[in-house]
Design a binder for this molecule. Structure first.
Ligand code: NAD
Length: 427
């Protein structure tokens, strides 16, 4: 029988991440001193800065950059623009990045950044001024050998271009390797934009194979239809899966016969949301749509929006046979325990959505080499790395009779601990 970890109701996202590191350390019987270093972030920067808005008024914004760990190499992690961004959320996401880089053996530590703002209600000019000023404010932490941002929720290749340009202007020469997720023309990598979704599709296929389920006709529900959700839905649909439910901030689309993905993608790219798509039953309230999505009978459920979506309160409603985490931290520790009791297997975020950071690593390598790889080379290397990591986590879970989440965390913590031990504690 598996040992239950002590999870109290209502833990925060950061407490969940640290609690999972603690659980892994306990199971690994990790040295207490090493454990202490792994459960705390190294550097946290809070910045408050003025931005001139289009109406001539100045608004003050608060931003963050947290370097959770750089024991294996430069710290790496996305930048999020969202009204709910806090230091605690950014720290939790930075911790997940460190664990993710460790589990897939990418030579980076983990970082994350964010600005508390409402990008949906800001003009492109305002977003550019905010991005450039935020970059200036966190400049002491940035650099291709130090800390490398990438896109996350509500940021994209354009945001990365502005960061790269601002950093380069302040250095006096062009530095493509300071960010990843850039456009190709600025030193981006082929395949980076779709890498997280592609990687998620690979691990979903691997998981279904292990469970002996044929991918053809497999039903899939996806929460969130941005970079991650849209791409994984597209790839799985191309593989023969039937996408029967999709939600975003504007509501949800449901169609038991399968949603026409080509049309939904075109609609979403044109309208920047799924609202108004005619090919299914539309639920206009996103909370209601999410409730319906979680309780839809489906083979695979992919939460690909934000953290804390499947919790103690709604996990009992989940009808999916398998969950593959597209977002970072979509299932809380309490939610995990309920899904475990219900026997719903789950591929954890730090493994499942690592395609983005893997191709970001490839982009960084290409920038250092000043040599562009072909898309086929990028995709093949991505598939090999993800397949190897999935097999390693699967075998570890079988051998130690733990869940895939526990296995992924144990492997990640063990790898970070080994490097920390070898390097020693400075001074
Ligand atoms: P995005 O901004 O491109 O898309 C987010 C999507 O989620 C949008 O469709 C939005 O409408 C929807 N959404 C937001 N809140 C929602 C809610 N409560 N219910 C339903 N839908 C909701 O962001 P993204 O880059 O796709 O990131 C999504 C998640 O994946 C985040 O957790 C992010 O940290 C994680 N992630 C992203 C990448 C990447 O390469 N972009 C890599 C790894 C992990």
């Amino acid at each position: 029988m598996r040992e239950e970890s002590s999870v109290s109701q209502g833990q925060t996202f950061l407490e969940d991440v640290v609690g999972r590191i603690d659980d892994a350390a306990k199971k690994l019987n990790l040295d207490e001193n090493i454990h202490k270093t792994l459960r705390t972030p190294r550097r946290s920067l809070i910045v408050t800065f003025p931005v001139k808005m289009d109406d001539g008024k100045v608004r003050i914004f608060t931003g963050y950059r947290v370097q959770y760990n750089y024991v294996k190499g430069p710290s790496k992690g996305g930048i999020r623009y969202h009204p709910d961004v806090t230091l605690e959320e950014v720290t939790a996401l930075a911790g997940l990045m460190a664990l993710k880089c460790a589990v897939v053996d990418v030579p980076f530590g983990g970082a994350k950044g964010g600005v508390a703002c409402d990008p949906k209600n800001m003009s492109t000019d305002e977003l550019e001024r905010l991005t450039r000023r935020y970059t200036y404010m966190i400049l002491p932490l940035l650099g291709p050998e130090q800390d490398i941002p990438a896109p996350d929720v509500n940021t994209n290749y354009q945001t990365m271009s502005w960061i790269m340009d601002t950093y380069s202007m302040l250095r006096g020469y062009t530095v493509p390797g300071v960010v990843t997720g850039k456009p190709l023309q600025l030193g981006g990598s082929r395949g980076r934009h779709t890498a997280t979704g592609r990687g998620l599709a690979y691990v979903t296929e691997s998981m279904l194979q292990k469970l002996g389920v044929d991918i053809g006709g497999t039903t899939v529900c996806v929460q969130g239809f941005g970079n991650v959700g849209m791409n994984v839905a597209k790839f799985l649909n191309d593989d023969g899966c039937k996408i029967i439910g999709v939600t975003d901030m504007t509501g949800g689309i449901f169609n038991a016969d399968g949603i026409d993905m080509r049309n939904l993608v075109a609609h979403s790219e044109k309208n920047k949301c799924i609202r108004g798509f005619p090919g299914g039953q539309f639920v206009p309230d996103f909370r209601e749509a999410n409730r319906k999505l979680l309780s839809t009978k489906t083979d695979v459920l992919i939460p690909a929006a934000l953290e804390n979506q499947i919790t103690e309160s709604n996990a009992p409603e989940v009808k999916a046979k398998v969950i593959v985490e597209g977002a970072n931290g979509p299932v809380t520790r309490g939610g995990d325990q309920i899904l475990g009791r219900k026997g719903v297997p789950l591929v954890p975020d730090i493994l499942a959505n690592s395609g983005g950071v893997i191709v970001s690593y490839f982009e960084w390598v290409q920038d250092i080499q000043a040599y562009l790889w072909s898309e086929q080379e990028v995709n093949e290397r991505l598939k090999n790395l993800m397949a190897g990591s999935f097999d390693q986590v699967w075998e570890f879970a079988e051998e130690h009779r733990v869940t895939l989440r526990e296995a992924a965390y144990m492997l990640a913590v063990d790898k970070m601990a080994e490097v920390t031990k070898l390097r020693g504690i400075f001074p």
